[in-house]
Design a protein around this ligand. Structure first.
Ligand SMILES: [Zn+2]
Length: 152
């Protein structure tokens, strides 16, 4: 198990909501909710608004270590291939491994909260996959991921 300071680095350029962001660093983890097949809609069409199809809309999550900033970068893109829809990009910088987890947790949908009276935060599957992969490269993230996995 290594720490981020020992990782081989290269130059990356990420699209962000504020334009391209270039830094020197290492890619730690990736996760996606994309599926190769389409569901819930007619073949050769796109999923209408409100219809869930992870062949049409999905989330790509990356975790990077930025040696330039000496911080982690969480890069989450809501992708869509539906005509008229655009990718939604969220970029967050995290000071430490705990901040990485915090930046990847989301509130459950409102209908889940009201039916279960549960306000616990969730780690969506692509984010969990990215964190799990990153944990193999960074001991700090490994400790945070283990603690989260034990309690959830
Ligand atoms: Zn589809």
């Amino acid at each position: 198990m290594s720490t981020v300071s020992e990782l081989a680095t290269q130059v990356y350029t990420l699209p962000t909501a504020d334009g391209d962001y270039t830094f020197t660093g290492a890619k730690l983890g990736f996760g996606t909710s994309r599926r190769g097949s389409h569901i819930n809609h007619h073949p050769n069409t796109f999923a209408p608004r409100g219809t869930r199809c992870s062949g049409c809309r999905w989330t790509d999550t990356h975790i990077f270590w930025s040696a330039t900033d000496q911080r982690y970068i969480i890069h989450i893109v809501g992708r869509s291939i539906v005509p008229g829809e655009h990718d939604k990009i969220r970029t967050a910088w995290a000071e430490d491994a705990d901040d990485v987890l915090d930046g990847m947790l989301i509130s459950p949908p409102r209908h889940v909260r009201s039916s279960q009276g549960d306000t616990a935060l969730e780690l969506p599957q692509p984010n969990a996959d990215a964190l799990q992969e990153a944990a193999e490269r960074d001991s700090d993230l490994a400790a945070v991921f283990r603690a989260w996995s034990r309690s959830n």
